[in-house]
Design a protein around this ligand. Structure first.
Ligand code: SAM
Length: 271
């Protein structure tokens, strides 16, 4: 296995944690007082975040069902977050029994919860790793025991890349994954964007920066034109990279104004 050079975060109930803050915002139960305080500040700046997150989970469900329909049976969900309703393995295995799903996250709390949930599911595994260490992830036994990279695979990067603040690092992660994909593989990305409400995203960015232990940026809400190149060299599945509610909504699904959700996403296929 390629070594990881990075120190992974440790469990720390005294510091707000991205996955636990988001869990609070979507009404989960895995959070501490410090996460709730952080969430309250975030919601003051971006009160529509619960809508964004619920639309994001709905879109993830549609994307996974689409991928199962086009024959994908191997899924790697990087930056998977705390288990919630409609996890990737539940959707994929309901659509295509026997689908194999590997969850990757750098957060020890996410990994512990995911392991507990998946203990009796032989077709899933959980890897604790930093997304920046793509080689380490691809060679990890937790991945190689389930995923054959010679066969089509879907890599899912749903609201992960905005947490990778260096542009060249984010681009490098995506490029390495694209290179590793066999023909017929797919890459799904969702990313918050700054185009729709720049004031809100600028305030959020400043808040995250202030909340960071060392004052360094912890997120980068890019603009739409910066997301499109992640799909370079891939064939974009219709309708392309769009605001999430506009990505193949199910017939009869209650609709919200797509522009009100400042997260875009899409799927690219490697031919
Ligand atoms: C915004 S949440 C998204 C969760 C899930 N994909 C979703 O859409 O509901 C981002 C997740 O990425 C994880 N994460 C952030 N930076 C990461 C990194 N460098 N490597 C691996 N995971 C990371 C966080 O721990 C968190 O669980």
């Amino acid at each position: 296995m390629a070594p990881s050079e990075r120190e992974l975060p440790r469990f720390d109930p005294t510091m707000p944690n991205e996955a636990r803050v988001l869990d609070f915002i979507i009404g989960g139960k895995d959070h501490f007082a410090v996460d709730r305080e952080a969430a309250d500040k975030i919601l003051e700046v971006a009160p529509d975040l619960p809508l964004l997150m619920s639309e994001s989970r709905k879109c993830l469900g549609r994307m996974v069902r689409f991928l199962a329909q086009v024959g994908i049976r191997q899924f790697v969900d990087i930056g998977c977050g705390l288990p919630t309703r409609g996890n990737v393995h539940e959707i994929a295995q309901a659509a295509a029994p026997g689908s194999r799903v590997v969850y990757v996250d750098n957060d020890p709390v996410v990994v512990a919860h995911a392991q507990a949930l998946l203990v009796s599911n032989d077709d899933t595994s959980v890897v604790q790793a930093d997304a920046r260490d793509v080689e380490h992830i691809l060679a990890h036994p937790g991945l190689t025991s389930l995923i054959d990279l010679e066969q089509p695979v879907a890599f899912l990067l749903v609201s992960l890349l905005q947490g990778i603040h260096e542009d060249d690092v984010a681009t490098g992660i995506v490029k390495r994954l694209r290179d590793a994909m066999a023909p017929g593989s797919h890459l799904a990305i969702a990313h918050a964007i700054s185009d729709t409400c720049p004031e809100v995203t600028a305030d959020l960015w400043a808040l995250f920066r202030r909340g960071s232990t060392r004052g360094e940026p912890r997120c980068n809400v890019r603009n739409k034109a910066e997301i499109d190149p992640y799909f370079d060299g891939l064939e974009l599945v219709e309708p392309g990279v769009v605001h999430l509610p506009a990505w193949r909504p199910d017939p009869g699904e209650p609709t919200v104004d797509p522009e009100s959700v400042w997260v875009v996403g899409g799927i690219g296929r490697k031919n």
